[in-house]
Design a protein around this ligand. Structure first.
Ligand code: FAD
Length: 340
């Protein structure tokens, strides 16, 4: 651990880790010293074999982000557990019309990809830990207790290995998620609008192959999405995101698995086949949120700490990656000026 870094990233979630990976290819050449600080312990040791689990949460990656993973050298590995979305089927319950999109018609190999969050996290963190250039310190578990941003040198208090450390940085990136306590401590005003909906998230099995089809179905109670997932031990698995008004979520959570599958079948219909199993059901309150201030001298706010939106479009991480790419380009450009 150093006492001064060019860049300190607070939060090693998908967004903070992606920013490190975006900078790794040029970090040595630009002599960048980076710290990634994450308060949760590492889920796995680097290089460990991946253990898919039936209940893992998934993220839909847009087709465009493939170029990010290619440029950062992670695509080949990531592909091992990606499910391509080859078709998209959009329908409105009780109404006649449907929209169908096909990768072939659009001249692309896939319309997007579905990835388990665990796998994406493992690929990102392994990539960082395999950095042999000595440019990145991954401080984990460690937590940032306070930040004092400044145009000169930002100051941070960090708890790491049961000790308090004072470090400084040229730039601090706040990627500590939607419930960022540091954002609040910095008096960054945050607009939050409730959708008055919850997302019920679970993996479900079908009695037939999903054929790479992602479904989006609008219903009276709210939209639902069914994402094609990786087949596990011969069992077809899809990721369900079912959005419901706040006062309906309790009822669906309290149903037995069998009763839940019947309710799901009735609402979704039979176009994907018969639902045969449901895994653990998770739920999240849905909010549209936006930090009013996302850039301050010595500080950038990124990812869910900066903005969050309804998950039905599957865009939260995809949009954050645009911020990651832009910020990485800015850091590289300003660093190159120093060397000129
Ligand atoms: C139901 C649902 C479905 C979704 N589906 C999709 C989808 O299909 N496609 C898509 O693009 N997006 C999707 N999203 C959005 C996506 O999950 C988020 O945009 C993304 O996870 C945000 O990542 P993040 O790194 O900004 O935040 P987080 O994942 O919250 O990471 C923040 C990290 O910071 C750490 N941290 C916090 N405080 C500190 C501290 N003081 N010191 C050190 N570390 C700290 C935390 O431990 C955490 O690891 C979905 C969201 C939901 C709720």
């Amino acid at each position: 651990m150093r006492t001064h870094y060019d860049l300190v990233i607070i939060g090693g979630g998908m967004v903070g880790a992606s920013l490190v990976c975006a900078l790794l290819p040029v970090a040595k050449q630009l002599d960048l010293k980076i710290a990634l600080i994450e308060q949760q312990p590492m889920p796995t040791q680097p290089g460990q074999p991946f253990q898919p689990s039936y209940d893992a949460r998934s993220t839909a990656l847009s087709y465009g982000v493939k170029s990010f993973y290619q440029a950062t050298g992670m695509w080949d590995r990531l592909q091992a557990h990606l499910t391509p979305i080859e078709h998209i089927h959009v329908s409105d319950k009780g109404r006649f019309g449907v929209t169908r999109l096909h990768a072939k018609d659009e001249g692309v190999s896939a319309l997007g990809y579905v990835v388990e969050n665990h796998w994406l996290g493992q690929v990102l963190l392994d990539h960082i830990q395999q950095d042999t250039q000595g440019c990145v310190d991954l401080l984990c578990p460690a937590s940032v207790d306070s930040v004092k941003p400044s145009a000169e040198k930002s100051e941070l208090q960090v708890t790491y290995q049961d000790k308090q450390h004072a470090i400084t940085a040229e730039l601090v990136v706040l990627a500590d998620g939607g419930r960022s306590g540091l954002r609040q401590a910095l008096n960054i005003h945050f607009n939050v609008q409730s959708y008055h909906q919850h997302a019920l998230v679970a993996n479900v099995s079908l009695d037939r192959p999903h054929q790479g089809i992602a479904y989006e179905r609008f219903t009276e109670r709210g939209p639902m999405a069914l994402l094609p997932g990786e087949t596990l031990q011969g069992e077809v698995r899809c990721g369900l995101v079912w959005t419901l008004p706040d006062d309906h979520i309790g009822e669906l959570l309290s149903l037995t698995d069998q009763a839940f599958l019947e309710e799901l079948q009735q609402t979704f219909g039979y176009r994907a086949g018969r639902f045969t199993r449901v895994g653990e059901r998770y739920h999240y309150p849905l909010k549209l949120s936006l930090a009013e201030e996302q850039v301050r001298s010595g500080l950038v706010v990124l990812g869910n700490a900066a903005h969050a939106l309804h998950p039905i479009a599957g865009q939260g991480y995809n949009l954050a990656l645009r911020g990651v790419t832009d910020l990485a380009e800015n850091i590289m450009a300003s660093r190159q000026q120093v060397f000129c």
